[in-house]
Design a protein around this ligand. Sequence first.
Ligand code: MG
Length: 505
Amino acid sequence: MRRQGMDYTGPTCLIISLFCTCCASPPNFVLLFADDLGFGDLGCYGHPSSLTPNLDRLAARGLRFTDFYSTSPVCSPSRASLLTGRYQTRSGVYPGVLYPGSIGGLPLNETTIAEVLKPLGYATAAMGKWHLGLGANGTFLPTKQGFDKYLGIPYSHDMGPCHNLTCFPPDVKCFGFCDVGTVTVPLMYNEDIKQQPVHFLDLEKSYSDFATNFIMTSVKENQPFFLYYPSHHTHYPQYAGTRTAGRSLRGPFGDALLELDNTIGDLMATLEQTGVINNTLIFFTSDNGPELMRMSRGGNAGSLKCGKGTTYEGGMREPAIAYWKGTIKPGVTHELASTLDILPTIASLAGAKLPPVMLDGFDMTNILVHQGKSKRETMMFYPTDPNEIYGLFALRLGKYKAHFYTRGCALSGTTPDPDCPAFAVLKAHDPPLIFDLEADPSEHYPLPLADRPDIQAVLEQIKKAKTEFEASMVFGESQVSKGTDPKLEPCCNPQCSPKPSCCYC
Ligand code: MG
């Protein structure tokens, strides 16, 4: 049914001929975003003991990317880029990540995917890990960024005292450390605290129910929808409810991953049952590479070098799957693509206007629908703490990647590769280290420049691309550097004392 106030005619509809016959029914979008899930963690990406039957099915029946990147090796900046189609340096979501009492957040003048779709009458909902700020009176929550509804934990679930971190089965000891001196981890519904502390073992079911209700209501009201599910899985500390705890082959990490996979199975079943599966693009990827410091509970980058916190491939190249029954043909693509490209792609498919800002993303419709070429030629690699003095740490152009700086990170500790942990201090490379990522995806063997005019020419092209990109980059005011205020931490009993321990309802 054509809805009042919407226009699905015009150039977009002409370009995307498949919708011209069904312009009255714009596509729905389900965006799934795993946390700290590495390139090698899914069954369909080669992990021998992960159980991910639903994701494997999506990959087998959809399009699996081999060269898909997030924009940051840590959570908050990566999420800012996903939702805005812009490098995090523009929006100011850096350095590092936001905290429960952070004063800043994703600035409200940034346009999110939800805000791109709202003028077309889309129903929008987010559930899971937000991690783009709360601020005073919930200034930066999803409901202020274009989402009609939100259910979730607004930051990482290890940002709370240990007693809030539930392990299952109960005799399994929680692994590692967590934040002390902050409020217990809350579950929020829209802008209100629904539970504090959150009941982790029931959480996934709450999400599944929330998603089912949202999809069913949207379909019933004949409204196109956008569901964004940034999962807490498989970030440390891993947890899993009774449905999956102890059921994987891979211990607590595998159980957490299986729980996420189960929820995706539930979502697919709802899309089938409501009859919208043929008109829904489902896109799955992850925010950053695996937290290797957690050892066997930290995820796996597969054949890629290092992991979370680094600008090596393991830190930012992610598993990615696009599924759209009847529209996307099954296959594997080696085209270069990024989380940055999701906003322009969704806008194009929906017939929405792009925000009038400098975007870093490209429309991927040609890759998805026609198995065609990517418009993306480069990928930029900023460290966790980008600044204008150092600029890019690395740049990929086509199949070549040049590292201008390298640095290990504590989050990637414990691996035998000496380049990954924190004691691999910042190192400038002049000339840059250059790798052929098709021949050497593990970044083991820098290409020699001597007597190789072809590689020297590539390096000149990379340097030119770097200069041009950096000239276009205007760093936004750092949101994370605004600091924290304990009074901003969410508390279900705001007048109680002593804080933070009294925030327990
Ligand atoms: Mg993460």
